[in-house]
Design a binder for this molecule. Structure first.
Ligand code: SF4
Length: 337
């Protein structure tokens, strides 16, 4: 089989909203672009009924033409293994439903809260721990956002807000600017974190309107990207990260350890090296959350420790992410090693 990269430009549209509305939404469309056959890959629309396929075109451009084992393709392609029910996996693997005091807020950890900013993502990752999250119950009206802000005001122990989702950057900048200004007015909140995969899959998301509100908040913002494989880091993403850093915003990365995608020390070392070259510091390497439909991505803990020990011997400490697991009911992530 001959393998060559897809050679169109990464940003087909200069506007991220246009990219978002032109995502690939069928298995056939994706595989035709890559010269692949659904039967050879066990791809099935049945696995996409409750959690549809969704892939922005810039992310497709990073996949290798003709490669059925492409590590980016495997993160987004619905396959028959997702239909297997595993009794050790659940629809709410980290027990978030018990920590949802008001719509839009997940308050699990003492001094920080998650705000579920947007129910939408730019990409549907097949291993997502929120693939069954009740977003409809967390879809906010203006009144509910005011109630969520009231919740923050009554909890002086909260000093950090994390914008999450879905993907928080699927929301528009006018809303994000308004919400951030409201949070700034709460004196005990000192920090803002943004957990987003959107700039990885649509680098045009890091644009002037975003930099304008984020670069001027008193909340000392930190961006935490989600990148699992070195091939996800494009020139356009690196340029966006440069713009964030010039605006004084720290940029970190978290990954998920995934079978068949990044489960070797060579791949994780290449990821850390390329992150650093792009100005992004490795932060967390997560064990897979046991979400129903994703058991085929799971890596046994012993194997994870073996891989991780290898990267520790080959990378300087500042390029080694923390290997962690989130467990239901625990007050912080658990360090595995
Ligand atoms: S971008 Fe994040 S929240 Fe959205 S599907 Fe992927 S892993 Fe889940």
């Amino acid at each position: 089989m001959s393998i060559s990269p897809i050679s169109q430009p990464i940003n087909l549209y200069s506007d991220w909203k246009a990219e978002l509305s032109h995502c690939v939404s069928s298995i056939d469309d994706l595989l035709i672009q890559l010269g692949l056959n659904a039967d050879d890959l066990s791809a099935t629309e049945q696995a996409a009924i409750d959690f549809p396929i969704k892939v922005p075109q810039p992310f497709v451009q990073l996949m290798e033409y003709g490669n059925p084992n492409d590590p980016l393709l495997k993160q987004v392609l619905p396959i028959s293994s997702e239909l297997a029910i595993d009794s050790n996996f659940s629809t709410d693997p980290v027990d978030e439903s018990n920590y949802n005091p008001v719509p839009g807020i997940v308050h699990k950890y003492h001094n920080r809260v998650l705000m579920i900013i947007s129910p939408n993502c730019a990409i549907n990752c097949r291993y997502c721990f929120r693939r069954h999250f009740p977003y409809d119950e967390n879809r906010q009206s203006k009144q509910q956002w005011l109630e969520a802000l009231d919740y923050l005001k009554t909890k002086p122990e909260i000093n950090e807000v994390i914008y999450s989702g879905g993907d928080p950057l699927a929301a528009n900048d006018n809303f994000l600017r308004w919400l951030t200004a409201e949070i700034e007015s709460i004196s005990h909140i000192k920090r803002l974190r943004i957990h987003s995969r959107l700039p990885v899959v649509i680098p045009a998301r890091i644009d002037e309107p975003l930099i304008n509100w984020l670069g001027h908040t008193r909340l000392k913002p930190t961006f935490v990207l989600h990148i699992n494989h070195a091939n996800e880091i494009s020139t356009e993403l690196s340029q966006g990260v440069d713009r964030l850093k010039q605006a004084g915003i720290s940029v970190l990365n978290q990954s998920v350890l995934l079978k068949g995608i990044n489960d070797s020390s060579d791949q994780l070392i290449a990821l850390s090296e390329k992150l650093f070259d792009a100005g992004i510091m490795p932060y967390y390497l997560h064990m897979l959350d046991p979400v129903q439909g994703a058991s085929h991505f799971d890596i046994p803990k012993g194997q994870a420790v073996e891989i991780f020990s290898q990267i520790q011997t080959e990378l300087p400490g500042f390029l080694v992410p923390k290997l962690v697991q989130e467990r239901a009911g625990e007050s912080a992530k658990s360090l595995i090693l």
